[in-house]
Design a protein around this ligand. Structure first.
Ligand code: NAD
Length: 291
C-alpha cells in the first residue's frame, strides 16, 4: 500500500511555484498577487483564509486580505468586486464561502471577472473546463488530478466511483477523470444521496473519490482489493482530549480500508494541503495569462 503524501506533494508544488516567482521578479516584473475577500467572522473561514494568505507569502506572492463586516450588503460586496475586477495590480481573487445568508452567492460568483476567478467557480470557467479548454480548474479537483499524476496512478479505462456531486468537488472531478488524457480516460460513475445500492458500485471500483463529508462512511466491505482511495472528506469531530477540542477526519474508515488499498490518501495530510497549493498554481497561471 502506498500512502499518498499530499503535504509533501503540496510542498513540492509550492517550491516549484516559488522558483517561477523568482524568475518573474528577477526580470523586474511584479510578483503574482492574490486577494481573498472574507465577509463576517466565521471561524473555519478565518482559518482557511489565514492559511491561504500565509501560503502566498511563502511562495513570494503579494497577498491582500479584504475583511468586510457581517452586515455588508450585497450591493456593497458587488461594488468591492467591481473594484477588484478593475485593479490591474491584482491577478486573482477568491470570495470565501459561505457568505452571510442575506447575500446571494450566485450573484456574487457571477460578478467575478472570469480572468481573475482563480477558484474556477464562474460558469464560464466551469464550462471551459468541461469543454477541455484552457482555464482555471477548481483547486480541490485540480489537486486530486495532480496527486494522481505525480503518483503515476493508472486511470486508463479504470472504473472510478465518485461519491458526491457538489459543484466544487464531485461534479468537476467526475468530468476531469472521464476526459481524454494521460490521467483521464476513466469510466466514471457519480454517486450521490439518491444512489441505490452504492456498495454494489464501490465494490467494482478501481478508484474511489469520496467527497461527501460523513466520517467513516467508506468501509472495508465496500471496496475491492487493490482499490485506489482518494478521501476528500474533511469533518471536525469534537474531542475534549485534543488540544483544539476536535480532530479532523475523512470519509473513509482508514485503518480497515488501507489494508485492501493499493494507494490511499490520509486525512489530514492528503487532498487538503493540495487545495491551497493549486489555488497558488491558478494565481500563477492568472499572472501569466493576463500579462
Ligand atoms: P457537499 O457537502 O456539498 O455535498 C455532499 C455530497 O454528498 C452531495 O452531493 C450528496 O449527494 C452526497 N451524499 C450525501 N449523502 C450521501 C450518501 N449517503 N451516499 C452517497 N452520496 C451522498 O460536498 P462538498 O462541498 O464536495 O464536500 C464534501 C466533503 O469534502 C466535506 O467533508 C468537505 O469538508 C470536504 N471538502 C474538502 C476539500 C479539501 O480541500 N480537501 C475541499 C472541499 C470540500
Amino acid at each position: 500500500m502506498v500512502l499518498i503524501d499530499g503535504k509533501a506533494t503540496a510542498n513540492q508544488i509550492k517550491n516549484e511555484i516559488a522558483e517561477e516567482v523568482k524568475a518573474i521578479t528577477s526580470k523586474g516584473e511584479r510578483a503574482p498577487h492574490l486577494a481573498a475577500v472574507l465577509v463576517g467572522n466565521d471561524g473555519a473561514s478565518l482559518t482557511y483564509v489565514g492559511s491561504k494568505v500565509r501560503s502566498c507569502e511563502k511562495v513570494g506572492f503579494d497577498s491582500s486580505l479584504i475583511r468586510l463586516p457581517e452586515e455588508t450588503t450585497e450591493q456593497e460586496l458587488l461594488a468591492k468586486i467591481e473594484e477588484l475586477n478593475q485593479d490591474e495590480t491584482l491577478d486573482g481573487y477568491i470570495v470565501q464561502l459561505p457568505l452571510p445568508k442575506h447575500i446571494d452567492e450566485e450573484k456574487v460568483l457571477l460578478a467575478i471577472d472570469p480572468k481573475k476567478d482563480v477558484d474556477g467557480f464562474h460558469p464560464s470557467n466551469f464550462g471551459r473546463m468541461a469543454l477541455e479548454l484552457e482555464t482555471f480548474i477548481p483547486a480541490t479537483p485540480f489537486g486530486i488530478m495532480q496527486l494522481i499524476e505525480r503518483y503515476d496512478i493508472d486511470t486508463q479505462g479504470k472504473h472510478v466511483v465518485v461519491i458526491g456531486r457538489s459543484h466544487i468537488v464531485g461534479r468537476p472531478i467526475s468530468i476531469l477523470m472521464s476526459q481524454k488524457g494521460a490521467y483521464g480516460n476513466a469510466t466514471v460513475t457519480v454517486a450521490h444521496s439518491r444512489t441505490k445500492d452504492l456498495k454494489a458500485l464501490t465494490q467494482q471500483a478501481d478508484i474511489i473519490v469520496s467527497a461527501l463529508g460523513i466520517p467513516g462512511f467508506v468501509t472495508a466491505d465496500m471496496v475491492k482489493e487493490g482499490v485506489v482511495i482518494i478521501d476528500v472528506g474533511i469533518t471536525r469531530v469534537e474531542d475534549a482530549s485534543k488540544e483544539k477540542g476536535y480532530y479532523i477526519t475523512g470519509d473513509v474508515d482508514f485503518d480497515s480500508v488501507a489494508q485492501k488499498a493499493s494507494y490511499i490518501t490520509p486525512v489530514p495530510g492528503g487532498v487538503g494541503p493540495m487545495t491551497i497549493a493549486m489555488l497558488l498554481k491558478n494565481t500563477l497561471l492568472a499572472r501569466k495569462w493576463n500579462a
